[in-house]
Design a protein. Structure first.
Length: 347
């Protein structure tokens, strides 16, 4: 939602927004391995409602040639400086030419912060946590910065305001003839699996009006366990609202889809993906009412990506990074040892 907020601000500065998305190769060279593949990232950026077009395989350094190629008057970036692998400002050329604008970074979130929360899967920011021993084994390595203390609290410092929700919300009421479709879930770490699902749901009707019900953190923790959700209810709300397929969000939706909820929103159809449906606290099916009314439908997104899989990708990247560092350190130590021996022999 930090990226979405940047794109929202950029779109407000002009009439048409083209978003350049780098390849995996470019990101790996300048920043380290990406979590999502370039194809996943192209699709996710395209699904953000303020984006008119994407430029796949955009160069890491933005040049005037790139701006001219896409007929852009100027480019926009956050107020945090980005450097190439050799320390050059990637926007130097366009800044000099006066074709650069800046937008504010979203306070309280960064990719690094979210990665930190994933790596600290045992940090107790929810109650009833069933600690995973394998995760606990790595927590010390994952959770510590260079100064030996944890740079992440496991809890977001993000403070929600009504203004931010208003900026993200479409504000559109359902119109006569709209098919009102209700979907519910955690929508944690809003990702391509969610986008694929919502796109498929969107295709079910000629004039779809999709309402997404988001469960409160404690509810998500009850059925997901461990340290889930990684993003709190406010962060998840903004992430889902930024998606072009979603018209409205119910913040803290009840786990069971009740008759009251269906009647209140005049719901025509209730959809769920192919993931497991955990029973409610009393053991009942949370979808029994829409099923009784004959308005329940399972939708196959065609994607097998889950929040769990993203966390696994992050941990795999981190372990490879640590292994590389250990090899490098061992090599350096061996060189130092050999030099010390040569010195000793001289004396």
């Amino acid at each position: 939602y930090g990226h979405s907020n940047q794109l929202r601000q950029a779109r407000a500065m002009g009439d048409y927004l083209i978003v350049g998305v780098h390849t995996d190769e470019e990101i790996a060279k300048h920043k380290g391995p990406p979590v999502f593949t370039q194809e996943e990232r192209y699709k996710m950026v395209q699904a953000i409602k303020w984006v008119d077009e994407i430029a796949p395989g955009a160069p890491y350094v933005t040049t005037l040639e790139t701006l001219d190629k896409y007929n852009c008057d100027f480019c926009v970036h956050g107020d945090d400086i980005t450097l190439t692998v050799d320390g050059k400002d990637t926007y130097e050329e366009v800044k000099t030419a006066g074709r650069y604008r800046e937008c504010k970074r979203t306070q309280g979130v960064s990719t690094t912060d979210l990665v930190g929360r994933m790596l600290l899967m045992t940090k107790a920011h929810h109650s009833n946590i069933d600690e995973d021993l394998d995760c606990r084994k790595h927590t010390d390595n994952f959770g510590k910065g260079p100064k030996g203390r944890s740079p992440w609290t496991g809890v977001s410092q993000f403070l929600q305001t009504s203004q931010k929700i208003i900026q993200f919300a479409s504000g559109k009421e359902p119109q006569p003839g709209d098919t009102i479709i209700y979907v519910a879930g955690a929508f944690d770490l809003f990702h391509i699996g969610h986008v694929d699902f919502l796109e498929k749901v969107h295709q079910l009707a000629e004039k779809p009006y999709i309402i997404a019900g988001l469960h409160f953190d404690q509810e998500v923790n009850r059925y997901k366990g461990k340290n889930y959700p990684i993003m709190n209810i406010h962060e998840r709300t903004l992430s889902v609202l930024a998606c072009r397929y979603v018209s409205e969000v119910v913040i803290g939706a009840p786990y069971a889809v009740t008759a009251d909820l269906l009647d209140h929103f005049r719901v025509t159809l209730v959809c769920h993906g192919m993931t497991e449906v955990v029973p409610d606290k009393d053991g009942s099916d949370p979808y029994q009412e829409p099923k009784r009314r004959g308005i329940f439908q399972l939708v196959d997104s065609g994607s097998n990506l889950t929040t769990d899989l993203i966390v696994q990708r992050i941990i795999k990247n981190r372990l490879e990074f640590e292994a590389r560092n250990q090899k490098k350190e061992a090599k350096e130590l061996a060189v130092l040892e050999a030099m010390r021996r040569l010195e000793d022999e001289k004396h």
